[in-house]
Design a protein around this ligand. Structure first.
Ligand SMILES: [Zn+2]
Length: 303
């Protein structure tokens, strides 16, 4: 069964300025890596779907923006093209969730921007406007009555928005790994049996990353026995990505993907929805996504 690939050219139109690392070229390097996929156009998320995780006034502020550009934080520029891109990005997660939970596909990958995992209930931050993965998870819970949904977030930055949205919802287990201390300076002190945060020191190697995931994420995921796994797939912990000081390689992304897939195969009928978060060194981003998708589509053994 081919992987479902969700995308929309509107996601290329959101432009936060020359030299901004979160740019349209990121989606293009990934597009070249997609093989053996069935392509789906990302729909626009509806107001109701967004309102499961976002504040109504905040949704209005984003989707009704038509003129001029406003910095919502020092790195996050709302332009007239942003609403359409952000609605497609969140809509991709909605459609991916429907495709996977209706058994049309086991696995879906959303090649979308803007990313989402820093977006809070009523606040944009860190290049993120709507929390795409949270919109997908909330859809899975509400429409399909799931009670155990896992999120694996290996972006180098802590998924503070995702944590904030689900902090009081034990139906969602968030496993996050992130450089610490580092932007957004959150997550290291969380004490929750369904939020499994793994802070990584600067210069952490792939071997140390694998040890930390094996020690903290995997036992928690086995105990939780998720019905589906969502992945906040950020690739900015790559050694060549100058957004961080963690030293992962494409093989490490393949490894963590395989470990997540083993959990999904055991408990969740292999159901995985992966969505792009960070990753700013274009060559490494393309290679890392290729390694991630190869595991998800071919189930290759990773060494
Ligand atoms: Zn990141």
């Amino acid at each position: 069964m081919p992987i479902a690939y969700l995308y929309h050219p509107d996601c290329l139109q959101h432009d936060m300025g020359d030299g901004h690392p979160e740019n349209a070229a990121r989606l293009n390097v990934i597009e070249e890596q997609i093989r053996n996929s069935l392509d789906y156009e990302a729909p626009l998320a509806t107001y109701k779907q967004l309102a499961r995780v976002h504040d109504a006034k905040y949704i209005d502020k984003i989707i009704n923006h038509t003129e001029g550009s406003i910095y919502l934080d020092p790195d996050t520029l709302l332009t007239p093209e942003t609403p359409q891109a952000a609605l497609r990005a969140a809509g991709a997660l909605i459609h991916a969730t429907d495709l996977v939970l209706s058994n049309k596909h086991k696995v879906a990958f959303c090649n979308i921007r803007p990313p989402g995992h820093h977006a809070l209930v009523a606040q944009a931050m860190g290049f993120c406007f709507f929390n795409n993965i949270a919109v997908g998870v909330a859809h899975a819970i509400e429409k399909y009555a799931l009670t155990r949904v896992a999120i694996a977030d290996f972006d180098v930055h802590h998924g503070n928005g995702t944590e904030a949205i689900f902090t009081d919802d034990p139906r969602v287990m968030l496993c996050s790994s992130f450089q610490h201390p580092f932007y957004p300076y959150a997550g290291a002190d969380t004490n929750s049996d369904h939020i499994i945060n793994v802070p990584l020191a600067a210069n952490t190697t792939g071997k140390e990353f694998r040890q930390a995931i094996t020690k903290h994420w995997l036992p928690a995921l086995h105990k939780f026995a998720p019905q589906i796994i969502f992945i906040s797939a950020g690739f900015d912990a790559h050694e060549k990505d100058n957004m961080s000081m963690i030293r992962l390689h494409a093989t490490d992304y393949a490894w963590v993907t395989q470990e997540i897939l083993k959990i999904a195969d055991k408990y969740a009928e292999g159901r995985i929805i992966s969505t792009l978060e960070g990753g700013y060194h274009l060559e490494s981003l393309g290679q890392s996504v290729a390694a991630h998708l190869k595991v998800l589509t071919e189930k290759n053994e990773v060494l």
